[in-house]
Design a protein around this ligand. Structure first.
Ligand code: ATP
Length: 327
């Protein structure tokens, strides 16, 4: 294993996701296990620029594996997108004696990490931490499973009241650019339809389906709408449906930030622990500018540029299946 890396910093950036704490714990304790110093950098790249860096020991990450959010906090940093901001960030790393960085976040975080390590001699490895599951190079991102379970629990509750009042609910879930949360939660809740950015939404077809459902004595229903659907969010879709069809009394629920919080599921804790451990091993083995992910149960390294390319496709067979099963 590489000798020149003496200390490793870890930060969380972009949108927070349940399981980030488990990943921080794993990075810190793995670094210490391999006799390296560990540093926590607060508030993502913004805190790095401001020098908010603290050395971490075993107790610093005790009793956090079960907690949602991130003890290091997160931020969006405009300054890190500028050469001056990146220079300050590098100077702070040097001052603290940090030679390698583990960044936990989504595609923006990795784009920033790549630009940074192209300019400055800092080894950077990423861990996919985002509820959106929109990164190439890992079957699942940390936080996705917890967010899905939160959505499913909420939709189940709404289903109870929808059925009691013969109502059609449009439920908006997170996903500005990706429909992964919508698709999977829609399947798991038996939603009558699932609308997302990757597929063209036809109001006419949706209305036809609702008319059919009504004729077939479906007295209530659930439509899952990803916030980034090209027709707009759930309010907009509901308005357009109501213009053409009045067969149901409709309601809209926007689940919002409840999807980001909460105690991580077992799956997210295990994934976060594994990827945290593997990220430190990757750094010590000389990896740089890559995201550590898990594909088909194997650890894989994907260059940041490829991980963030958004060449992911929605599984249309799954969508087709969801539609068939909810007829
Ligand atoms: P999520 O997918 O959960 O929103 P994210 O990591 O994509 O997470 P962003 O806000 O897009 O979240 O990115 C996090 C931070 O990464 C930004 O606030 C910015 O500081 C940095 N960043 C993003 N793109 C770049 C870039 N091209 N150059 C430098 N820094 C960048």
């Amino acid at each position: 294993m590489s000798e020149e890396i003496r200390s490793i910093g870890v930060l969380t950036s972009g949108g927070d996701a349940p399981g980030m704490n488990a990943a921080i714990r794993a990075v810190v304790r793995s670094a210490l296990y391999f006799k390296r110093k560990a540093f926590g950098i607060y508030r993502g790249y913004e805190g790095l620029i401001d020098g908010e860096i603290r050395e971490m020991d075993y107790p610093s990450v005790a009793k956090i594996i079960q907690r949602g959010g991130t003890i290091l906090q997160s931020a969006r940093s405009m300054r890190f997108k500028t050469p001056e901001g990146m220079k300050l960030a590098y100077e702070n790393l040097k001052k603290a004696g940090i030679d390698a960085l583990v960044v936990i976040g989504g595609d923006g975080t990795f784009r920033g990490a790549e630009e940074f390590s192209n300019v400055y001699p800092v080894r950077v490895v990423g861990i996919p931490g985002t509820i959106d599951n929109d990164l190439y190079g890992s079957d699942f991102t940390i936080g996705y499973d917890t967010a899905l379970n939160t959505v499913v629990e909420a939709v189940d509750k709404i289903r109870d009241t929808a059925g009691s009042h013969n109502r059609l609910f449009f439920i908006e879930v997170m996903g500005r650019d990706a429909g992964f949360i919508a698709l999977r939660s829609g399947i798991a809740t038996g939603a009558e339809d699932i609308l997302m950015p990757e597929t063209e939404t036809s109001i006419d077809e949706l209305v036809d389906k609702l008319r059919h459902n009504r004729r077939e004595s479906k007295t209530s229903g659930i439509i899952i709408v990803a916030e980034g659907d090209e027709l707009g969010g759930a309010y907009e879709v509901a308005r357009k449906v109501n213009e053409q069809f009045s067969g149901y009394s409709t309601r809209v629920t926007v689940l919002g930030h409840v999807q980001r919080g909460g105690s991580p599921t077992c799956m997210d804790r295990v994934l976060a622990s594994l990827l945290g451990f593997e990220s430190v091993k990757a750094i010590l083995n000389g990896q740089n500018n890559v995201m550590v992910g898990q594909v088909d149960k194997k650890i894989v390294y994907t260059p940041f540029a490829k991980a963030t390319k958004h060449n992911l496709t929605i599984n249309r067979n799954m969508l087709e299946m969801a539609r068939i099963l909810s007829l």
